[in-house]
Design a protein around this ligand. Structure first.
Ligand code: HEC
Ligand code: HEC
Ligand code: HEC
Ligand code: HEC
Ligand code: HEC
Ligand code: HEC
Length: 425
């Protein structure tokens, strides 16, 4: 196959892959922000499980439905009436603000099964159990892998056909003009022309040629934002898995201004910030049921907390002998095992704000990873951040030394914050 075609194909493939990735990612965001209060992909919540919904209705119908289901019900659409009646005529919120493209991206996301990255992550109720390190990869690498495999098979098939065509031509030529045959004639034109760049690159210096192609592919991938290092360690900026309960930081930490450490209570005491247990949620949710929003019913999301701890909201009492089940939160931030990070060191001693590393969590409906968490990121901050020696008991001795040398502060780096062993086991 001609090289330029191959590159064109490759480019087209990654462009295609990138577009679907973007779509699905957008779909996931929209779904999490707008639909999870009533829908899950694999289970019935207030509305039906959305798995295979694209097989139950065609796309045009779905777009119309999601934009305004009531309009369809009122127009007497048979499919719409059926599902509306099946769900006791509950009214689904209308989303007229969505473009067709946005609805399609949601449907694209629903098709991926949604829970795939979440379930792969496994349960991490208390992050101390070090949840599976694979959570960062999710469907990204999966679709990439499937796409690449399909691409490789197609490529092999094309090569197979081309080789065969060449053999047939060679045979016919051999039979018709046996004496005129010159093996040189069978070489591709650019292989005959010893002056051509391609001849020099790929026949005379194949290593240089291969490296050049490699460099171009890397460049193309790089341009499409394929982050090799991130893929390798499984840390991913923007990773925002679907959580088992549609818990919102925007609501709790933002609107109700609950202190971060009310829930992440060990952030200033230990290595882990920790994820609160369901009983912390029950401190409030024993009373807060958000019934007004659900026609007097307990919010289905809050019901999930009750299911975890075994609380009967009707009777207002814990169910006796109930086997409590931890809520399986999916871990988002995850350093590789060889790196050591300590929250207390940063929160208590370093006085670094949560937001410097996690972004504006109090504005997030769904938490997503905001920083790469790569080594360069840690180092960059250590080069600049100042150790606040003046107001820190921890540094009393250090402070005296500094006073003696007429300095007010030192950077973390100057205090040994770039030493390999500080961050690596
Ligand atoms: C307030 C709750 C609520 C919200 C929010 C909601 N839905 Fe629904 N949805 C329902 C209910 C209830 C039904 C069942 C039909 C009915 O009663 O109208 C339904 C039905 C559907 C159906 C038809 C399913 C089937 O099996 O035929 C689709 C598709 C759907 N919803 C998609 C969405 C999407 C996408 C979003 C987010 C953009 C969303 N819904 C947000 C409550 C909701
Ligand atoms: C009412 C309890 C509560 C409060 C208050 C709260 N969080 Fe959380 N936080 C949670 C729960 C539950 C999760 C796990 C589910 C999720 O990711 O949304 C979580 C997850 C996180 C994560 C992601 C953890 C991971 O898996 O990597 C970060 C980071 C975080 N919170 C930071 C904050 C910050 C910063 C604040 C204050 C601005 C805050 N939280 C306030 C309960 C809380
Ligand atoms: C300090 C009190 C407090 C704590 C602790 C708390 N919440 Fe809430 N939560 C609230 C309030 C207040 C609301 C708003 C209720 C409303 O909209 O009527 C709320 C709303 C919610 C909702 C939205 C309900 C809905 O359907 O609109 C969910 C889900 C939720 N909380 C989950 C949790 C989880 C999970 C935890 C534990 C990690 C938790 N909450 C801890 C006070 C709290
Ligand atoms: C200097 C940067 C930094 C600061 C400041 C910081 N974190 Fe983290 N946080 C991280 C890193 C890095 C991880 C991943 C740790 C790992 O995988 O071992 C993480 C993980 C988490 C997790 C996941 C579970 C766990 O316990 O490790 C939560 C929750 C969390 N942070 C909450 C907070 C809260 C709340 C604050 C503020 C009180 C805070 N973080 C301050 C960098 C930071
Ligand atoms: C936003 C700035 C910031 C980021 C990002 C950051 N750190 Fe730090 N780090 C600090 C500060 C400030 C201190 C000083 C605390 C102290 O006085 O010991 C510190 C101290 C440390 C120390 C102790 C150093 C010593 O000399 O005792 C270690 C280990 C460390 N950080 C690891 C990490 C790792 C691993 C990461 C990345 C995952 C990271 N830090 C990211 C600000 C940061
Ligand atoms: C401030 C903390 C910090 C310091 C100091 C630090 N590292 Fe790292 N290093 C990390 C973190 C966090 C990771 C994991 C994230 C990543 O791979 O980028 C890492 C990853 C690595 C990796 C694996 C890279 C990969 O792609 O998997 C190597 C190798 C490494 N560090 C070597 C070193 C050496 C050698 C030094 C001393 C010169 C050093 N580190 C100092 C934080 C640090």
């Amino acid at each position: 196959m001609r090289l330029n075609k191959l590159l064109l194909l490759l480019t087209a493939f990654f462009l295609g892959a990138k577009v679907t990735l973007a779509d699905v990612a957008e779909g996931e965001k929209l779904f999490n922000a707008n639909c999870t209060s009533c829908h899950a992909i694999n289970e019935k919540v207030v509305g039906p499980a959305l798995k295979d919904v694209d097989k139950r209705h065609n796309e045009a119908w779905l777009i119309k439905w999601i934009k305004n289901s009531q309009a369809m019900v009122k127009s007497g659409d048979a499919e719409a009436l059926k599902i509306y009646n099946e769900y006791n005529q509950s009214v689904m919120t209308a989303f007229p603000q969505f473009s067709d493209g946005q609805v399609k991206s949601i449907l694209e996301y629903v098709k991926t099964g949604g829970a795939a990255p979440a379930q792969a992550g496994g349960g991490a109720t208390a992050p101390t159990d070090g949840a599976a390190p694979t959570t960062g990869e999710g469907f990204y690498s999966q679709t990439m892998l499937i796409g690449l495999s399909i691409f490789a098979v197609i490529l092999l098939f094309i090569i197979f056909i081309l080789v065969n065509i060449r053999k047939v031509i060679e045979r016919i030529y051999n039979e018709k003009f046996p004496e005129e045959l010159d093996p040189e004639d069978f070489k591709l034109p650019w292989k005959q022309n010893k002056k051509s760049t391609r001849y020099k690159l790929f026949v005379k210096h194949p290593v240089v040629g291969t490296l050049a192609v490699g460099a171009i592919i890397t460049l193309v991938l790089g341009l499409y934002g394929f982050d090799f290092a991130n893929k390798k360690v499984g840390v991913q900026k923007g990773y925002a898995p679907v959580q088992p309960i549609n818990y919102s930081h925007e609501l709790h930490a933002g609107k109700y201004k609950i202190n971060c450490q009310y829930c992440h209570s060990s952030a200033d005491k230990s290595k882990q910030a920790s994820i609160p247990s369901a009983s912390t949620c029950m401190n409030c949710h024993m009373y807060v049921k958000a019934k007004e929003k659900y026609n007097g019913q307990v919010s289905p999301e809050i019901q999930k907390i009750y299911n975890a701890v075994g609380y009967d909201a009707e009777k207002g009492a814990y169910i006796e002998g109930y086997k409590q089940q931890p809520i399986k939160w999916v871990r988002i931030h995850n350093l590789p095992d060889h790196a050591y990070f300590n929250h207390a060191q940063h929160v208590k001693i370093g006085k670094v704000e949560c937001q410097s590393c996690h972004g504006p969590i109090e504005k997030m409906k769904v938490v997503s990873q905001q920083r790469s968490l790569q080594m360069g990121w840690c180092i960059n901050c250590h080069r600049e951040a100042k150790v606040d020696v003046a107001n820190n008991d921890y540094y009393e001795k250090l402070h005296k030394d500094l006073k003696a040398s007429n300095k007010d502060f030192i950077t973390v780096a100057q205090n040994g914050g770039l030493e390999c062993a500080k961050c690596h086991y």
